[in-house]
Design a protein. Structure first.
Length: 481
């Protein structure tokens, strides 16, 4: 079998076979490696290969001719090894110790692996946070007043409000991302993104490119969110979207009760309403309630000219029939906006009713209360109500406080606590090394669903409206003229 190695490749046929072996990485040039290859051992450390089937002979090269008869195996294709006690077999000399300096170095990633956060690397629990924006960002500033968070700076345009915030909290004020020093553990971007005409998504990508985890305030378009997730995945750094309202205590109380209810009773419908300014959050609360968003579809309903002619005032709400997570959903959205007060109307936040065969669970408003209305079954006797057999259970019960917090409590406690809950969730995700792409798929779907909803609603109708006079609760009680 001289020349079985092929032209330009010296050696025996057995040597050629090992060069072609799919599991061999390289053939060492040393004499010890050539000796190991010649007597059936590997050139990697002088040890036998441990993979399965290494001594098998394939039917094509085992000396089996086309008629099926066995013949002597060809030397060029025999993979069997000589027994160590076989006559004439000599134990090869142990190859020399490999020189580490001559070994190829593995390529190592300079960036930290997921979960290897700056907090863990520095061996501390304090999270150094940068807040971008001093509008709604002031709620973040209040949330950072307690451990384990430490405010290290504010990024804003440099107006009087941002300068006052920097003085109040005793931190430096930056006006550009490149002014922010290293050592930041988390950047909270509380600046409108493209949908609000702001640079929120661009700021988020700038910090992600510096390996700084980012929590971006909602809402955010799907294309901007996808860009942020790509940068986060490429840099292997955590990125999250804060939808805020799902972190408020009354909403979390509603979600917890809904999850307990849906364990034993499937949802039959969802009825929800809100203002268009918080429609992103409403869809998020529904998705969190039902455990997801897909499959989903939306069909806005039109108001006929006949109804318009009979109405004493203009229709302020648009109704949308939908399916979210396979559950029938009815949405009612106030599609008006006051140009001078984009947050108006504040009282039309979120109202959600989750229906099941066992009863309905109601979130009366964003800040509560949470109501449980059980299904009432009245037994019948010969087709008539058996009133004596009914129990004394209430027809409506409050889960938690029976009233919602006051306006001052909302701004001073409920909202900062909600931001704090979202920050703690983000901190845990960073510590656990959560994959930002996997976590971002839900918010990508949410952004697409929200874009479809706003497209179906059309542009918000601008209105000029003065704030209505306040109505106290005692004015609605009997005995008042």
């Amino acid at each position: 079998m001289a020349g079985a190695g092929g032209p330009g490749r010296p050696g025996t046929g057995a040597h050629r076979l090992r060069l072609e072996h799919p599991l061999r990485r390289r053939l060492r040039a040393s004499a010890a490696a050539r000796q190991c290859a010649a007597d059936g051992r590997t050139a990697l450390g002088g040890r036998r290969r441990g993979y399965r089937g290494q001594n098998r002979i394939s039917g094509h090269h085992s000396g089996i001719d086309r008629s099926g008869r066995h013949g002597p195996p060809r030397a060029a294709t025999c993979r069997t090894r000589p027994h160590r006690h076989h006559r004439g077999h000599h134990r090869p000399r142990r190859p020399a110790r490999r020189d580490p300096a001559r070994q190829p170095q593995r390529r190592r990633c300079a960036r930290p692996a997921p979960g290897d956060s700056a907090i863990a690397r520095r061996g501390r629990n304090t999270v150094k946070v940068l807040v971008c924006g001093t509008g709604f960002g002031r709620v973040y500033l209040r949330a950072l007043e307690r451990e384990p968070f430490q405010l290290t700076g504010i990024l804003a345009r440099g107006g009087e409000r941002s300068r006052a915030c920097a003085r109040e909290y005793g931190v430096p004020l930056h006006t550009a991302p490149d002014q922010v020093p290293d050592g930041v553990d988390l950047a909270c971007v509380v600046v409108p993104s493209g949908v609000g005409g702001g640079p929120g998504a661009e700021l988020a990508q700038a910090f992600l490119a510096r390996d700084i985890p980012v929590l971006l305030e909602h809402p955010v378009r799907a294309d901007e969110l996808a860009d942020c997730l790509r940068v986060a995945a490429r840099r292997r750094v955590m990125f999250g979207v804060n939808t805020f309202y799902v972190h408020l205590e009354p909403v979390r109380r509603f979600l917890d009760a809904a999850h307990r209810l849906l364990r034993t009773h499937p949802a039959t419908f969802v009825d929800a309403s809100c203002a268009v300014q918080v429609s992103y959050d409403l869809l998020d609360i529904i998705g969190q309630t039902l455990g997801g968003l897909s499959p989903w579809a939306l069909e806005p309903s039109e108001i006929s000219q006949r109804l318009h002619g009979l109405a004493r005032s203009a229709f302020t709400d648009r109704c949308v029939n939908a399916v979210i997570a396979g559950v029938p959903v009815t949405l009612r959205v106030n599609n008006q906006v006051v140009p001078d007060d984009l947050d108006h109307p504040t009282h039309l936040r979120h109202q959600i009713t989750l229906g099941t065969e066992a009863g309905t669970l109601v979130l009366a408003s964003t800040h509560g209360p949470v109501l449980w209305c059980p299904a009432v079954h009245v037994p019948k006797d010969d087709g008539t109500f058996a009133l004596d057999g009914v129990d004394a259970s209430p027809t409506v019960a409050c889960l938690g406080p029976s009233t919602a917090p006051g306006v001052r409590d909302v701004f001073d406690q409920v909202w900062p606590d909600g931001v704090r809950h979202s920050l703690l969730t983000m901190r845990q995700a960073i510590a656990d090394g959560v994959d930002p792409l996997a976590a971002g798929q839900y918010h990508l779907t949410l952004s697409r669903l929200w874009s479809e909803l706003t497209r179906g609603l059309g542009y918000p109708v601008p209105v000029r409206r003065e704030p209505a006079p306040a109505v106290r609760i005692d004015e609605l009680l009997p005995g008042r003229s």
